[in-house]
Design a protein around this ligand. Structure first.
Ligand SMILES: *Cc1c(COP(=O)(O)O)cnc(C)c1O
Length: 376
């Protein structure tokens, strides 16, 4: 079976981990610092904070934008506009922060939020907007920013945007990696993402002030950068979490970061092959490819006719395919927030993702294309 996802692990990772294990320091230390410096350079933004998962990053981001006063109290009644087509972590963190998810419909052409629907749903109760760059294809961030300009002119407030970039390591919008467009961006370094630290995540921030607060809140609210912290017993102005990364995970990350360009190239090369071979094939539609952005293709999404038959046809041929994420709005835990979402209905009727990562060999990808071209 050709798997849909697989761990991409550098052969240099065990030696890096071994050095940390023998160093007498396995918590957050010099290797985390080194990893963060490498990430700053890679993303091109100095304001970054590693955390122990993408989910922790989302928790932290929502706290930063909905509790700006630092009271630590939940913002009861505030709404967060969000997508139902994502890993549940995106939406569980909204509930965990005492906020109400409000569904934005999904555009079947991109599998991202439908920005027309989003524009209609912004109200004075909107505290934040969470978008997911589905399968690594960037949301139209310039259009989103223009919508927020209009909303600000009408309501007098501008809701913060949090970009869930968990699928999108390496994706670019208008030539820049995600995390450089004025919003808070969260990456996940979970096992089967493009780039893993075992478990881990990254918060990329638009300002030095937000970064300073994020770095405090990720470790109990304590500022580690104050000298002689242990002696002076500096006051803690607001409570924080245990969300920091440790040197063991950072060592895995440093090893994998060194190979991430090669890994991404293989994902993109396979995606370009599918683009060429599958355009115009009966019963298959590709998603949008806008010239101002580059997808990371964490998986390769297709919109297919007769989806159940397609899934069986591919599985019988030894190719693992799936929708990847169930629609979140149908879970019992999210029942109170249900809404009419015709775009999402259409998308999930047809959406299937096929394997595209580095483990998909030339022979594998030919087999996948030929199997699709046979029909189902
Ligand atoms: C993986 C994922 C997350 C969660 O990341 P973790 O590092 O596993 O906590 C959040 N959102 C999306 C869209 C994801 O795919």
């Amino acid at each position: 079976m050709i798997p849909l996802m697989r761990v991409q692990m550098s052969q240099a990772a065990p030696a890096g981990v071994s050095r940390v294990l023998g160093s007498g320091m396995i918590g957050q230390g010099p290797v985390v610092d080194e990893f963060e410096q490498a990430l700053r350079e890679r993303i091109g933004n100095p304001h970054v904070a590693t955390v122990n998962s993408g989910t922790s990053g989302l928790h932290l981001a929502l706290r930063l934008v909905t509790d700006a006063a630092g009271t630590g109290r939940h913002d009861d009644g505030g709404e967060v506009l969000t997508t139902p087509l994502t890993m549940v972590a995106t939406n569980w963190t909204i509930l965990a922060n005492g906020l109400r998810p409000r569904w934005v419909d999904v555009d079947p052409a991109t599998l991202n939020v439908d920005l027309d629907d989003l524009a209609r749903k912004i109200t004075p109760a909107t505290r934040a907007i969470v978008v997911v760059h589905f399968a690594g294809y960037p949301v139209d961030l310039a259009r989103l920013s223009a919508i927020l300009d209009e909303a600000e002119a009408v309501h007098g407030v501008r809701p913060a945007v949090i970009e869930d970039c968990a699928h999108a390591w390496g994706a670019t919008y208008r030539g820049l990696p995600l995390g450089n467009h004025g919003n808070i961006a969260i990456y996940s370094f979970q096992a089967v993402k493009h780039f893993t630290t075992g478990d881990g995540g990254l918060v990329v921030l638009p300002t030095a002030e937000l970064n300073e607060r994020a770095r405090r809140l990720r470790w109990f609210g304590i500022d580690r950068e104050v000298p002689n912290r242990g002696l002076t017993r500096a006051d803690i102005p607001e409570w924080g979490y245990k969300f920091h990364m440790n040197d063991i995970n950072a060592a895995i990350g440093l090893a994998n970061l060194a190979e991430t360009d090669d890994v991404l190239r293989r994902y993109r090369d396979n995606a370009a092959y599918y683009d060429r071979e599958l355009t115009g094939v009966d019963g298959v539609r590709l998603t949008e490819r806008a010239p101002d952005r580059e997808s990371a293709f964490w998986v390769y999404p297709l919109l297919v006719a007769e989806k159940d038959a397609f899934v069986k046809h591919m599985t019988d041929a030894g190719v693992m395919v799936s929708q990847v994420h169930e629609r979140n709005d149908h879970h019992t835990a999210l029942r109170p927030y249900r809404a009419l979402l015709p775009g999402l209905d259409r998308a999930v009727e047809q959406l299937v993702c096929v394997p595209v990562g580095g483990w998909v060999s030339d022979e594998d990808r030919r087999h996948i294309v030929e199997t699709i071209k046979q029909g189902w």
